[in-house]
Ligand binder design. Structure first.
Ligand code: GRF
Length: 238
């Protein structure tokens, strides 16, 4: 497969650390990727994501009206975009665009959907709601985007423990580390067709051995490498 033949538009509203993780994953020396970030667009001129795009020589655009599906479609066409990746994008993707990119729009959400998602559940609010609920596990969800906030079929999830003494900031930081590792790989798996949507079902090719995750970012949820066993009491005392 030729590197970068799937042209990706990243939509971002904020700082763009997930965009950066995707750009860095693509830039690993010697890596052959199916996807290539060809455009970064934002509804806000001050989004840090636009700055990061320029620093990587990626085309940028500011959306005058993020609800204008025709304008967004024209923009995506002008850049010959094949796939759309939301990275901290706070607006709903117009239905017209959702319909034009079936199975080719992804989002990352900083909790385990279908809990703690939906309209207005973004940023700190997600982590505050998780902590308030008493949930012991949060995590990252990558999902296909449909016409509702945070609802489409799940591509990948990574559980992250809620630790004693966590506040929204400490939990957000732990979840974000997992986002940065999971999202670029999920984007690439979809770009390469290894994970795909058929109807409303997500199909996955058997995965080749991937990157090993360092034990510290397995967040205590991994099996003991020596015994391949999981100490169940650990789940009572995170
Ligand atoms: C991430 O937590 C992501 O899950 C959520 O918004 C945040 C974006 O952060 N959708 P960044 O702009 O990628 O740094």
């Amino acid at each position: 497969m030729t590197s970068g033949h799937i042209r990706i538009a990243v939509l971002a509203s904020g700082g763009g650390s997930n965009l950066q993780a995707i750009l860095d994953h693509a830039a690993v020396p010697g890596a052959v990727r199916a996807g290539q970030v060809a455009l970064v667009a934002s509804g806000s001129t001050s989004a840090g994501a636009l700055e990061r795009a320029r620093a990587s020589d990626v085309a940028t655009a500011v959306l005058d009206d993020p609800a204008d599906g025709q304008a967004m479609s024209r923009l995506l066409d002008a850049h010959a975009i094949d796939m759309v990746v939301l990275a901290g994008y706070l607006r709903l993707v117009p239905p017209q665009v959702v319909r034009r990119f079936p199975g080719r729009i992804l989002n990352v959400h900083p909790a385990l959907l279908p809990s703690f998602g939906g309209h207005g559940m973004y940023g700190r609010r997600v982590h505050e709601a998780v902590i308030r609920s008493g949930a012991r596990v949060s995590g990252v969800t990558v999902h296909f985007v449909d016409e509702e906030y945070d609802r489409g079929p799940v591509v990948a999830q990574w559980p992250v423990p809620v630790l004693r003494g966590d506040d929204a900031g400490s939990l957000a930081a732990r979840v974000l580390r997992a986002e940065h590792m999971l999202y670029p790989r999920a984007v690439e798996a979809v770009a390469a067709g290894r994970i795909r949507l058929e109807g409303d079902r997500v199909l996955r090719d058997p995965l080749a051995a991937g990157d090993a995750v360092p034990v510290d970012v397995a967040f205590g949820l991994a099996a003991d490498p020596a015994t391949a066993a999981v100490d169940v009491d650990r789940f009572l005392d995170l």
